[in-house]
Design a protein around this ligand. Structure first.
Ligand SMILES: [Zn+2]
Length: 327
């Protein structure tokens, strides 16, 4: 599907960035909305194509989306470390309650959350990972696509997404559903890479433009959207959330040593990543990770948008009926 309307601002004017993913003989370009700067892939992958990305090999070999040889379980100690940090922040706003993780993979985070006395539940698109989470940690996991799984309204206190939001096809719809199934004043936790905010991306895009070249990456377009702190916050505000806690931070550069690409590209990008890490930690600029904790608010803009749509439809139908009566 060609991207012709921006999901965030409704804009129709996109610039093409010199980066292309190649998967099964199809090219996926990165494009950026000229109005709000949201970055997305073009064309957008179909739901079936996306499901095919997340077979067992993804969790076994490609869990870092482009950094070779990383498996989900290899990341266990850093996932536990991060879970503890995030739960200490969540605990300030919601010290107990029912917690849902969207894209829970093998359940390592959910297991930490249940140790902290949260009642936990997960939803996971991979059948084998959802089974492993249940077998290893005894957590309840519903297998399927979050958008298609039924959840009762106002049933969770906390909903978390770690390195998931950028993989979603309909981010705004996911946030609307998240809002609906959270209890009043419930919180959403979103942790995403903001690599397009980092020096490596900014420098390489400008260099590629000057050289009139395109960087080709032989991987599926795992990230369907790329976020900046401003675009993610705008999505949250539009769907009725109020940001409570925003952390811009830096990924550890040695995690990217096996990055996809030729030897020279990897050496240059590696050096830039170390420089970026220094800048991020010292001056808080060019950060390539973002964690936002936002609370369900009372003013829901999208409900008003939807009501407007319904009203417009009614008006149109009434007009038609009126015409029929008059004819
Ligand atoms: Zn836009």
């Amino acid at each position: 599907m060609e991207q012709n309307v921006c999901q965030l601002c409704g804009g129709v004017d996109f610039r093409r960035l010199p980066v292309r993913n190649i998967f099964k003989n199809c090219g996926y370009d990165l494009v950026q909305c000229r109005n709000c700067n949201l970055i997305t892939v073009n064309p957008m992958s179909s739901r079936d194509t996306i499901r095919a990305f997340y077979r067992d090999e993804y969790f076994e070999k490609d869990y870092k989306c482009g950094v070779k040889g990383h498996s989900y379980y290899e990341e266990e100690s850093s996932t536990i470390e991060k879970a503890k940090q995030v739960l200490s922040l969540v605990n300030i706003l919601k010290p107990q309650g029912i917690l849902l993780e969207i894209g829970c993979a093998g359940g390592i985070f959910l297991n930490q959350a249940q140790k902290d006395d949260y009642q936990v539940e997960g939803v996971e698109v991979s059948l084998s990972m959802s089974q492993k989470a249940q077998e290893l940690y005894g957590v309840k996991v519903r297998q399927g696509d979050f958008e298609e799984v039924e959840f009762a309204s106002e049933s969770f206190d906390v909903i978390c997404m770690f390195d998931v939001f950028e993989h979603l096809r309909n981010p705004k719809e996911v946030l609307k559903k998240t809002h609906r199934i959270l209890k009043p004043e419930g919180i959403v936790v979103i942790d995403v890479p903001t690599t397009k905010n980092a020096l490596a991306f900014r420098l390489s895009v400008n260099l590629l433009k000057v050289l009139r070249k395109i960087r080709r990456i032989s991987l599926p377009p795992y990230h369907l959207y790329e976020y900046m702190p401003s675009t993610l916050q705008r999505f949250l505000n539009q769907t009725g959330f109020e940001s409570k806690d925003v952390h811009k931070y830096a990924a550890l550069p040695w995690k990217y040593l096996n990055e996809d690409g030729s030897g020279l590209t990897r050496i240059v990008l590696g050096m830039v990543r170390y420089l970026n890490y220094f800048l991020s930690v010292t001056f808080k600029v060019c950060t390539d990770r973002l964690l936002i904790i936002a609370q369900k608010g009372k003013d829901v803009v999208w409900e008003m948008e939807d009501k407007c749509k319904v009203q417009n439809e009614r008006n149109k139908n009434e007009e038609k009926e009126h015409q029929v009566v008059n004819s």
